[in-house]
Design a protein around this ligand. Structure first.
Ligand code: ADP
Length: 381
């Protein structure tokens, strides 16, 4: 008989203890799924609400192995984890989703791009560079985008190299050199797949980034034609099927002026571009991730509200104990939902929380979101 996974104190282990793990736990509670997290600090966002929080290094083989061995299912909320330990756990009968072989491809931006090339998934032209690639070669490629193959996150590890003067910023480590794409919009499509191979896809959203490459605003739905919506959706399903991945996948896309869509990169976990689904869709991305990794029926992705999401980022020049300015004001605005991640310390551009504005129409959501953005600041005393 199939083991009952909900309402049964099923043990789910999550590598990473950040806000994504925290929001996953908020949904897991409804299903009485016990979530155990592992990360570096006792103050991690998931620590105070996880069934247990193990202090450990998610990149360390022994520590990941020890953490995972008594779990029924192990998943991640960040891809930069020790994949060898996950392979070992998988060989020992622990379910690991997304699968270690998928994490291995995705955590290395070079392997990820090669995967797209080999599987006819449209993506920008690229080449791999090393610590020995010389300046003359880089100069011949201007302008381009340089990305560390591993370890980059939230815009760290990505450099726009436009001019000769920028050449001093190239990474002296294995990296990916991509043509600079003159995109019109950055889109994202969330798609989930369970072990039975069933898929469920969310409506495409549109992201606006700040100077530090962090999402400043997200709009759902994206302002795109039906044709583009359909092609973006098909592309996301194609990517998850070709990866044969189990879990939720965020597929980040570039839309070019002529309607071309390129896959920029993917994230095999809940993602910043899906936070609005908590209030705006029948099934949130966090619940959907749980449903997919536990091989449950996938939930409806139907949009019930249009919305805008604003990341609450630490203000420049403020490092220390966090204080939120303007919370009382924005709480009075219609359709505003506040999410704070429980991080005591703020620093420039740290993701401290997010606010979703859920409305009947996207225009109203955008207007209120702009007002919210003008009123709220994460500062120190
Ligand atoms: P991260 O893993 O940090 O999210 P991304 O690969 O998504 O890194 O790059 C961050 C941002 O940099 C993108 O959202 C986009 O704005 C810009 N960017 C990345 N690749 C390109 C490219 N080839 N051409 C133009 N802009 C790019």
């Amino acid at each position: 008989m199939e083991k009952q996974v909900i309402g049964s104190r099923h043990k789910l282990g999550i590598l990473g203890g950040g806000q994504l793990g925290r929001m996953l736990i908020q949904e897991a509670i409804s299903y009485d799924i016990h979530v155990h997290t592992m990360d570096q600090n006792a103050t991690d966002p998931s620590a105070s609400i996880a069934t247990s929080h193990t202090i450990g290094d998610i990149k360390n083989y022994e520590e990941v192995l020890a953490f995972g061995k008594d779990k029924d299912v192990v998943s991640v909320e960040i891809e930069n984890v020790n994949v060898d330990a996950l392979k070992e756990l998988e060989a020992n009968g622990v379910k690991v989703f997304p699968q270690p072989r998928v994490l291995e491809i995705i955590k290395d931006k070079g392997l990820q791009k090669q995967f797209y090339l080999e599987n006819d998934i449209p993506t920008s032209a690229f080449e791999l560079t090393t610590e020995n690639t010389d300046t003359a070669h880089y100069a011949s490629k201007l302008p381009f985008v340089h990305k560390l193959r591993t370890g980059g996150y939230d815009g760290r590890g990505v450099e726009l190299i436009r001019t000769e003067a920028d050449l001093e910023n190239v990474f002296k480590a294995p990296s990916l050199l991509e043509e600079l794409v003159p995109f019109e919009k950055e889109l994202s499509v969330l798609v989930a797949r369970n072990e039975r191979g069933e898929t469920a896809v969310y409506q495409t959203v549109e992201c606006e980034f700040n100077d530090a490459n962090l999402v400043a605003f997200l709009f759902s739905p994206a302002d795109i034609s039906q044709d583009i919506e359909q092609r973006a959706t098909e592309l996301a399903i194609d990517v998850i099927n070709k990866l044969e991945m189990v879990g939720i996948l965020a597929v980040e896309l570039f839309l070019l002026k002529d309607g071309t869509l390129y896959v920029n990169e993917v994230a095999p976990r809940p993602h910043n571009s899906g936070h609005h689904t908590i209030e705006c869709n029948i099934t949130s991305q966090f619940e959907q991730h749980l449903r997919s990794v536990l091989n449950l029926p996938l939930g409806s992705t139907e949009m019930i509200r249009e919305g805008a999401m604003i990341n609450l980022l630490g203000e420049p020049n403020h490092t220390g104990l966090a204080k939120y300015e303007g919370l009382m004001d924005v709480m009075q605005m219609p359709g505003v939902h506040i999410h704070l991640y429980g991080k005591q310390q703020t620093k420039p551009n740290r993701k401290m929380g997010h606010i979703t504005v859920a409305q009947k129409d996207i225009q109203t959501a955008k207007r209120i979101a702009a007002e919210v953005k003008g009123k709220i600041r994460v500062v120190t005393d």
